[in-house]
Design a protein around this ligand. Structure first.
Ligand code: ADP
Ligand code: MG
Ligand code: ZN
Length: 652
């Protein structure tokens, strides 16, 4: 082959490759656009469906699907309801959506109510139970939750009881009798889903009660447990469809604090409910201040940070600290106790007796702070919780919303502070890797934590398919409240460097943990993992982490898991979009905080990467520039950024 022909072919190859890459970029952009449009299409379809259902129901029943149409007090049962509210429940007014839900279920419609925790969902079936003949069957996932409700009801003098595995024979017999007794006073019967799924005797009693017109309605509490897309899937909830199939004329009411439209649809299908009314209370909690902070890299710094908050801003005030693991919760508790703070640990591995001791003492303000895992959850109803601190992010946005939502039930201001740590991404993803959509949900949480410029309320609302105007936030989140502007920084060259390191490790069959990746990039760790020509970035540690997390979220990198007998370890590999970076013209940017006191601001010098630099190179002040980075088009934005060393990018 003569050299001229070879050169021509090379040239053509280059041009074809270039074009191919351009096509790949376009494809990628089109795919993203497709996702966006699908989402919008679904939302529009939902709206149209609601409108048409509304018109249909409006012409037949007089109510319609719109909550407003149910806000009247001229129904046949209205007077009775009012009386029960004040006489039995000793309450004067309804909270938002309570009256609507009660009217809808009293009219015989199936209803789904989505309302934040503490909003007052129980009243929506307890009150109708008192105003209907027969009894209401309440499905409840936890015995402790039932007991909390039964305690309140019994104090109010409402006849209510439960059946569970530890019920005595006599009690079971009595309940079975009451279920078929037309003159019975029993108004509410609480059972776990297992009872419905596994007890034929119980089902046969229900059947008889239904035939005798005594099964007034069925309430399914925490209805998101039906769906495996939800955050609390309970297999026995899957069998509850039998209730609507066997007892079609007893209205069903499903209640939950967290259900995306996806989970809700799934739950409706599983429960065999057709055309239910769905009422959704806003997820906005105007009194909660949402904030994300960078997690200090050492646990001593972290404890110092939290202690400062507890001893100043939250002095004498009640709070919760949520931790990732039982070990974390015990360690944090001990550290705080040593500093004289009244803290108590709470996790699933504790004796029930010890758990309830901590809960009780905290409720009575003898303990200031519960340092808990997710096990401290449903049924926690202390009104004056002034702060919920997340020692590690939650495993999903639903979890975060629920956990942080335990703050400020009394409607006074409360803070929800999430400490975002890069290492936590991988700790949690190794844990959720077995779950169906565990990683996807975790990445939503990471996106929330990485976000520096959008209203936290907008981000939360988006997650729950609610439209929210950030102006209504009233600066009650860090991003709305922050003075420091964000700037888009071009990180294309950094990303290419990172990918080079990942590729080299790949070639060497080396498993690259995120930590090793950072080490190699900043010129530390195993020399064989370093790539000639890749210069240590002139960035702070948290900026380096931010970029790597961004690349994972954007699928330029991906996590790969390795299972040992003792642990699941996360490694970094090239992601599906990595080829886009091959094209020189492709640029990638990320917003970086400049100035101000936002969450991305480094608080302690330990967090700066100035120490782990290559010999003779101090990253924050180095004048050694990689030749590539000097090209103006590559680093155009980053080069504009000139801020003090503890703020942001320090390229000059
Ligand atoms: P959810 O199930 O939505 O988390 P609950 O039904 O447990 O909430 O109610 C939370 C608290 O709100 C309870 O202490 C309850 O007594 C109170 N509550 C409910 N409805 C009202 C109301 N209309 N007025 C005042 N307090 C109410
Ligand atoms: Mg509840
Ligand atoms: Zn905001």
């Amino acid at each position: 082959m003569d050299s001229e022909e070879a050169a021509a072919l090379e040239e053509e190859l280059e041009s074809v490759s270039g074009e191919l890459q351009a096509v790949e970029i376009q494809l990628q952009e089109l795919l993203e656009r497709q996702q966006e449009l699908i989402h919008r299409k679904n939302l529009l379809n939902k709206k149209i469906q609601r409108l048409s259902e509304n018109a249909e129901a409006g012409s037949s029943a007089g109510g319609g699907d719109c909550a407003e149409n149910w806000r009247n007090e001229d129904f046949l049962w209205s007077q009775k309801i009012r009386r029960a509210l004040s006489d039995s429940f000793q309450l004067q007014t309804f909270r938002s959506l309570q009256l609507e839900t009660i009217n809808a279920t009293m009219s015989g419609r199936d209803v789904f109510l989505i309302m934040p925790t503490g909003g007052g969902k129980s009243l929506c079936y307890q009150l109708p139970a008192l105003c209907s003949d027969g009894f209401t069957l309440v499905i409840c996932p936890l015995i402790s939750l039932m007991e909390d409700q039964l305690m309140v009801l019994n104090r109010l003098g409402v006849s209510a009881t439960s059946l569970n595995a530890s019920s005595s024979k006599e009690h079971v017999k009595w309940v079975h009798g009451e279920m078929m007794n037309k003159k019975s006073q029993l108004k509410l019967l609480y059972v776990t889903p297992e009872k419905v799924a596994k007890s034929k005797v119980f089902m046969s009693r229900l059947e008889k009660a239904y035939q005798g017109g005594l099964l007034a309605r069925v309430a399914v509490d925490e209805v998101h447990c039906c769906s495996q897309w939800g955050h609390d899937f309970r297999p026995d909830y899957k069998t509850l469809g039998i209730l609507k199939r066997q007892f079609p004329n007893s209205p069903l009411i499903g209640l939950t604090a967290t259900a995306t439209s996806h989970v809700l649809k799934d739950a409706q299908k599983i429960l065999c409910v057709q055309k239910p009314l769905t009422f959704t209370a806003s997820f906005n909690r105007p009194n909660l201040f949402y904030e994300v902070r960078l997690k200090p890299s050492s646990s001593e710094d972290f404890i110092a940070d939290i202690t400062k908050l507890i001893n100043s801003r939250y002095k004498g005030q009640s709070g919760i600290i949520y931790c990732f693991s039982q070990k974390d919760s015990e360690q944090v508790t001990m550290s705080l106790q040593k500093l004289g703070i009244r803290a108590g640990a709470y996790h699933a591995n504790m004796e029930p007796r010890d758990k309830s001791k901590v809960h009780t003492k905290w409720t009575a303000n003898e303990i200031q702070i519960v340092v808990a895992t997710v096990a401290f959850g449903m049924g926690i109803d202390k009104p004056d919780v002034r702060f919920v601190i997340h020692h590690s992010m939650s495993k999903s946005m639903e979890n975060y919303y629920q956990e942080s939502g335990r703050a400020g039930r009394d409607d006074s201001r409360a803070d929800c502070i999430l400490y975002y740590g890069f290492g936590d991404i991988f700790r949690i993803s190794s844990m959720v890797v077995m779950e169906n959509v565990g990683q996807q949900k975790l990445y939503e949480m990471v996106k929330y934590s990485q976000n520096l410029n959008r209203c936290r309320r907008v981000l939360i609302a988006q997650h729950f398919d609610e439209v929210w105007d950030s102006a209504k936030c009233n600066k009650m989140c860090d991003n709305c409240n922050s003075e420091g502007a964000c700037e888009e920084a071009d990180i294309s060259q950094y990303c290419r460097d990172i990918v080079k390191i990942v590729e080299q490790a790949d070639r060497m069959d080396e498993k690259l943990t995120p930590l090793k990746l950072i080490d190699s990039w900043v010129g530390k760790g195993a020399p064989k993992l370093r790539v000639p020509g890749v210069q240590p970035p002139k960035l702070l540690r948290h900026e380096i982490e931010r970029i790597i997390a961004h690349l994972i979220l954007q699928q330029f990198l991906r996590e790969d898991f390795s299972f040992t007998a003792y642990a699941t370890i996360s490694y970094v590999k090239k992601g599906p979009k990595v080829n886009l970076l091959r094209n020189d013209k492709y640029t990638l940017s990320i917003s970086m905080r400049r100035g101000g006191s936002g969450p991305d601001k480094v608080k302690s010098p330990q967090q700066s990467t100035s120490q782990p630099s290559a010999p003779g190179v101090s990253m924050a002040t180095s004048k050694n520039k990689s030749p590539k980075r000097q090209k103006p088009q590559k680093c155009s934005v980053a080069k504009k950024i000139k801020v003090s060393p503890d703020d942001s990018i320090v390229i000059d």
